[in-house]
Design a protein around this ligand. Structure first.
Ligand code: SF4
Length: 77
């Protein structure tokens, strides 16, 4: 995670010894608020998340995969 400043309770080591975001039993990121679908550490989110642009083709593909459709202004509806 390099210079990322993630709360330690939201991180874990992967099988290769690298530090990654902790995941819940169902695989979702432990920092995600499941009610609002917003990041609870948005200001401190890791660089990999900062590089992922909301609304780009990868984002839309993932949202479609999980049944989360964006409206015209990018709000889940
Ligand atoms: S932006 Fe990153 S840290 Fe925040 S909930 Fe999503 S995957 Fe987790």
């Amino acid at each position: 995670m390099g210079d990322d400043d993630i709360p330690p309770n939201l991180t874990e080591q992967d099988q290769w010894g690298g530090w990654v975001m902790a995941r819940l039993d169902d695989g979702w990121c432990a920092a995600l608020d499941r009610q609002s679908m917003l990041c609870t550490i948005y200001a401190r989110r890791p660089m990999i998340c900062r590089d992922y642009q909301a609304g780009d083709s990868d984002c839309i593909g993932e949202r479609r995969l999980h049944g989360l459709i964006l409206n015209a202004v990018g709000i889940i509806g």
